[in-house]
Ligand binder design. Structure first.
Ligand code: IVH
Length: 702
């Protein structure tokens, strides 16, 4: 599957988006309000492009105050929102043949199959996905993907697309067809030529042009743009379309949709890779952009058993085309300090276009990477290091943060010195240290490091955390520099300390007025009530990302319960420590970070003070209250014969059960397969209900 190191994390993307938003905002103000541009048009376009790329990659990060939601100065009135009955997810990535083999093996392992199932291979269209809902054969609405749960109602625009049928004959009563809206390259070039002539917006690529056309508020403009549609998937259906993916595509064709003609049924991984090669060959002459090949398990019954991870299906993967590369100058290496103190080296490049996007920064990962070493000490790039002034090869793979691949030593000047990684934090001068087994060097400044504190605060108010409207990266920096907000609790004291009657009211501060100040205070008040998992994620504890926070919230239900367990686990052993580790998905490092977060008296006091001004809402604990195992803690042991351990776990979780790795007094059921050993004995001694595999299956069937 995708290499973790090849992907930009959601945290990094969020951080970069906020920085870009600030720079775009400043450029807009300079241009529109002060009529004095500070950066060139090309630089401005590069910022906007990078911003929209990141938002496209992480739609969940698109915030209401995002520059993409504004046209010039006036915000778009916006489209009506549509809630997707079945979420619109994205796909996991594969970059190499080995990744694809790994994917097929993973599917076989999950299902305990000895042979590969059939797969459908389809081109991955580089457009934007659209859901079309038909009721009794009539198109009732068309919605964009949005954040995957809620999209925008673009029905009037979709109706102008010829390849989208307005009514269907012989379709299920309810049918939601999903597919890709895209534009042919020739149409895109023509549109851009016309726009250039008119002085109107010029698009970077056909995908952006298609997105722009689909999101027109005036459907007459959409109608003038030659958009097309391929059907490849579906959401809610009142009766099955077919027993297979391939059959469903045939059904779409019969109903009048266009499906992609390069779609092939494959018997083996070798077949899949052959189709990939053949599609690669045809890519240049297709006339529209594709960025890879999607493989999907063909039998729908198997798709059903495989199910979904949090954001991607287990039954499909996108095999991406190789990265595009370009050579440019590495002008400078900067060090950024993140919220956990990580010192991240960033390459500042002479701007260069890579695959249609202007790139001026690239990640350098860490010290080892700069020096030409992998984290296990082995050589990368034949051990060649990167130095300021070097001539370097930039690439963009299936992800969005550009990276450096190679360096041309023949172009290195004799005065180029090896890069010296700082031994102290560039912001607070505290020593920068490397922990064993960690390739990251961290600032040890903690609370005294302004960079860490600011980044923590930004994280605290970010979209997936407290999500306070009107309080973005820029405002956080402003308030921090003013000394108004130093810790999270200060955010909740803004109204009290800087309200209209205060000595130094916010409304008199530059860039604020009575209305915006009042709105901010109101937005803060609205977030005093917060779901437990968001609160926990907002604390910015290392290794506690969104999914870990959700797992913990679901298992402990209240913050008080988790806090107590963490405090009792300070010895890193004993019952409380085991209770933390028993949460499936929480490992040693996460447990250690939780304990550390309350170990330091200052940090504990800050968290307690914060809780004091909030109402942290208990988690529902269980998701599927209709199921007999909802809220129960289950342990699987021994060899299961009817399903694999992974499938059993995924199924149990989808029914609202908590799956744990060890038996304790809190275990409700031990499902004992063949040759169950010590866990069975322990369960007996604790009087835990022991079920056979068949007992379990009949229990969940009720
Ligand atoms: S299937 C549950 N098939 O790629 C997954 N997606 O990276 C459903 N895309 O959001 C998606 N061509 O916009 C699928 N043949 C294809 C596709 C395709 C393009 C897009 C789609 C999706 C994105 C995921």
């Amino acid at each position: 599957m995708a290499h973790a190191a090849d992907k930009i994390s959601i945290e990094d993307a969020q951080k970069e988006l906020r920085e870009l938003a600030v720079r775009i905002g400043e450029a807009n103000a300079a241009y529109h309000t002060h009529d004095a541009p500070k950066i060139s048009d090309a630089e401005y376009d590069a910022l906007k492009r990078r911003h929209s790329e990141l938002e496209a990659q992480f739609p969940e990060l698109v915030s209401e105050d995002s520059p993409s939601q504004k046209v010039g100065a006036a915000p778009l009135p916006g489209f009506e929102k549509v809630r997707h009955q079945v979420p619109m997810l994205s796909l996991g990535n594969a970059f190499t043949e080995d990744d694809v083999r790994g994917f097929v093996q993973g599917v076989m392992k999950f299902l305990n199959l000895s042979e590969s199932p059939e797969f459908v291979a389809e081109p991955k269209i580089d457009g934007l996905s659209l859901a079309l809902r038909y009721e009794n054969g009539e198109l009732v609405y068309a919605a964009t993907r949005g954040d995957g749960r809620t999209g925008e109602n673009v029905t009037a625009n979709a109706r102008t697309i010829n390849e989208i049928p307005k009514s269907l004959r012989g379709a299920p009563d309810i049918l939601e067809v999903r597919g890709e809206v895209y534009m042919h390259q020739s149409d895109f070039l023509k549109l851009n030529d016309e726009n250039k002539e008119k002085g109107a917006k010029v698009f970077a690529n056909p995908r952006n042009a298609a997105a722009g056309a689909l999101r027109q508020l005036d459907a007459r403009i959409t109608a003038e743009r030659p958009l097309r549609f391929f059907a490849y998937s579906w959401g809610q259906v009142s009766e099955p379309l077919s027993g297979s993916q391939f059959g469903a595509l045939e059904r779409f064709q019969e109903l009048g949709f266009v499906t992609n003609e390069l779609t092939k049924l494959c018997q083996s991984v070798e077949d899949m890779l052959r189709v990939y090669d053949s599609i690669t060959q045809k890519r240049v002459e297709l006339g529209y952009d594709i960025d890879g090949v999607v493989y999907k398990v063909d039998p729908l019954a198997l798709q059903d058993r495989l199910g979904f991870r949090s954001t991607t299906p287990r039954w499909a993967v996108a095999h991406k085309f190789p990265a595009e590369t370009a050579w440019t100058r590495l002008e400078k290496i900067d060090i950024q300090v993140g919220r956990t103190g990580a010192l991240s080296p960033v390459a500042r490049l002479t701007p260069i276009t890579v695959g249609g996007v202007v790139v001026s920064n690239a990640t350098l990962h860490n010290k080892d990477y700069i020096e030409g070493r992998a984290s296990d000490g082995s050589e990368i790039r034949e051990g060649k290091d990167f130095r300021e002034g070097d001539w370097v090869e930039v690439y963009r793979a299936g992800d969005v943060i550009p990276k450096l691949r190679d360096v041309d030593l023949s172009k290195r000047t004799s005065d180029a010195a090896p890069f010296e990684f700082p031994k102290a934090c560039p912001i607070c001068s505290s020593p920068a240290l490397q922990e064993e087994g960690d390739s990251t060097i961290r600032c040890t400044g903690g609370f005294i490091c302004d960079a860490q504190v600011i980044e923590k605060l930004k994280h605290f108010v970010a979209r997936n955390a407290f999500d306070i409207e009107g309080l973005g990266a820029k405002q956080v920096e402003q308030f921090f520099n003013d000394g108004w907000v130093r810790t999270p609790v200060d955010v909740f004291k803004l109204g009290e300390n800087y309200g209209a009657k205060a000595e130094r009211p916010l409304e008199r501060r530059d860039g604020w007025g009575p209305k915006s100040a009042e709105n901010l205070f109101r937005a803060v008040e609205a977030k005093r009530e917060i779901p437990f998992h968001r609160f926990l994620f907002a604390l910015g504890i290392r290794h506690i990302g969104e999914s870990a926070a959700k797992l913990l919230a679901r298992n402990f239900v209240t913050w008080e319960a988790l806090r107590e367990t963490i405090l009792s686990a300070q010895k890193r052993s004993g019952d409380a420590w085991e209770t933390l580790l028993a949460v499936d998905g929480i490992g040693d490092r996460a447990a250690e970070a939780l304990v550390e977060s309350l170990e330091d008296p200052r940090s504990r006091a800050a968290i307690d003070e914060l809780v004091g001004v909030l109402l942290v809402l208990p988690d529902e604990g269980i998701q599927n209250s209709g199921s007999p195992v909802a809220g129960k803690t289950v342990v699987f042991t021994g060899t299961l014969t009817k399903m694999t351990r992974a499938e059993a776990k995924a199924k149990a979780e989808s029914l609202g059960a908590k799956v744990s790795g060890s038996v304790s007094a809190k275990t409700d059921y031990l499902v004992a397969g063949e040759a169950a050993g010590s866990k069975r004995t322990k369960a007996q001694s604790l009087n835990v209900t022991i079920l056979s595999e068949d007992d379990w299956l009949s229990l969940i069937a009720t």
